[in-house]
Design a protein around this ligand. Sequence first.
Ligand code: ARG
Length: 230
Amino acid sequence: VPVFSQTATTPFKVATEPAFPPFEMTDQNTGELTGFDIDLMKAIGEEAGLKIEFESLPFDGIIPALQAGTVEAAISGMTITPERAQTISFSRPYFKAGLAIAVRDNNNTINSFEDLKNKKIAVQIGTTGAKQAGQIEGVELSTFDSAVLALQELVNGKVDAVVNDAPVTLYAIKTAGLKGVKVVGELVTEEYYGIALPKDSPYLQKINDALERLIANGRYQSIYEQWFGI
Ligand code: ARG
């Protein structure tokens, strides 16, 4: 009689919203998921003896999926916030980020968060950027399923600004996928990404231990350098 149990061959399902380069994206040639988060999660899987299987979900569907238990974890450039931590658990922080304001190159009137009052702003739905921008006085908010789509709306001249994670906006500008856009002002927030798990998941300790080892043995650093340079 075969005995079934949770072993290294049972898939460990990890959700991600895969249009957030360079954290998660689809490789144009292979169609496979790639990016900093993807490589880091694969390395964690190897360290922790978990067979990682990614599942793409809309960003605002990730926390509900964790709560429903249809996925075991999520890695998606997700900011650790006290509000989210009421319903899900987070690993130790694995990346320092923050929100940046992007405008078109020829815009000289928006130079700070203060200047966003009464402006049209595009954001990704369910994000910390959406929340910050939504609190601005007189703002007209357009929400999109991905940060890439929100940035495209700015390029197209349909909105005045985008509030989005700085590393993602800067990467889009640097890799020239995004033309005619610049980042202005100071970072709006300082944020830390964490791997998300269902509240009090039994895997939390395993994942934290694996992360610690990857940081200690230099593998985290080499993944970081691969995606962000030195
Ligand atoms: N860091 C922001 C947040 O937690 C945005 C994350 C968006 N991630 C993504 N894969 N689209 O709200």
